[in-house]
Design a protein around this ligand. Structure first.
Ligand code: 5RP
Length: 294
């Protein structure tokens, strides 16, 4: 207990100096609670305003996806290079070292697999997300899927309500069915619906035309999924274009862990996302790492 005897009088009140009241660096999140800002600042680098999230939650609908057969061997070595990891509770408890100290984008919904119809999702218990110290609750939203649009929107609103109660932000993940076109019109509609329903961050796909329209029509940060495996240069080009057109980061899986040099690739993606390097320079980072670690 502080000693009451001989205390020095308090006198440095900074009279005349207005109290600093810092804004918040992340689009659309200036008015959320302190706890949310703390979590978001662990995911997004406050200097660059950007993030490189490593996604390896594919198994929850796809089973042992190529590159994720043995996540202890392929994913754990990549974790130190990420800003945030996106995974299921199963992956967390079985292979992710709790000592890695990375913020977790927690797969909060669970649902049907690729063997039936996708997007029939349910939510987990918020207690579980709190137990694993989640920094972000990821919830899929299937806009335009006549059978599952309603249920996934309800899931999103429930996730936002639960997350708000405990200051855990929500990531709205736009799912695109086979029959829907991933163009700017669809992606901005789906992403905007996520934001309007309270998502603090939206994950969607990149599109070659008018992606700027997507980032500009959504009032919260957008991170892009990588999608199916591309050639390394093409994947870096996509990351560059996305950041250049207003994305706040990537939440990338297959284009990193299915690369012939996953560490080289994540280093190259980081250089684009955080340091603003051009595609050629990023590609050289990937190639150099690959050649030096054969
Ligand atoms: C599925 C997801 C995946 O995490 C997402 O697709 C990212 O992985 P990839 O870059 O391989 O597409 O959110 O709903």
């Amino acid at each position: 207990m502080a000693d009451r005897e001989g205390n020095i009088d308090a006198k440095d009140f900074g009279i005349g100096i207005p109290q600093c009241s810092e804004g918040f660096f992340l689009k659309g999140n200036a008015h959320v609670d302190w706890g949310m800002k703390d979590r978001l600042s662990r995911i997004f680098n406050p200097k660059s305003g950007h993030t490189v999230m490593l996604a390896f939650d594919h198994g929850f609908i796809m089973g042992p996806t190529s590159g994720l057969e043995r996540m202890d061997l392929t994913i754990v070595p990549l974790i130190p290079y990420s800003d945030c990891i996106m995974c299921t509770r199963g992956a967390l408890r079985t292979i992710v070292p709790p000592t890695c100290n990375k913020p977790i984008s927690y797969r909060f919904d669970a649902g049907t697999s690729i063997l039936t119809e996708l997007n029939d999702q349910v939510l987990q218990d918020i207690d579980e997300a709190i137990r694993v110290n989640a920094s972000l609750l990821a919830c899929m939203v299937a806009i335009g899927d006549p059978k599952h649009e309603g249920i996934t929107i309800r899931n999103l609103t429930k996730t936002v309500d639960l997350g708000t109660r405990y200051s855990i932000p929500t990531l709205g993940v736009t799912a695109v069915g086979k029959e829907l076109v991933r163009d700017a019109r669809y992606l901005s509609l789906a992403s905007r619906i996520c934001a309007e329903n309270g998502a603090n961050v939206v994950k969607t796909y990149f599109c070659n035309e008018k992606f700027e329209q997507v980032t500009n029509s959504v009032p919260v940060p957008i991170v892009i999924a990588g999608g199916k495996k591309l050639g390394e240069r093409d994947a870096l080009e996509m990351a560059f274009q996305a950041i250049d057109q207003g994305a706040s980061g990537v939440d990338m899986g297959r284009n990193i862990f299915q690369s012939d040099s996953p560490v080289g690739m994540i280093l190259a993606v980081r250089a684009i996302v955080h340091d603003g390097v051009k595609v050629q320079q990023a590609f050289e980072i990937y190639e150099t790492y690959k050649n030096e670690h054969k």
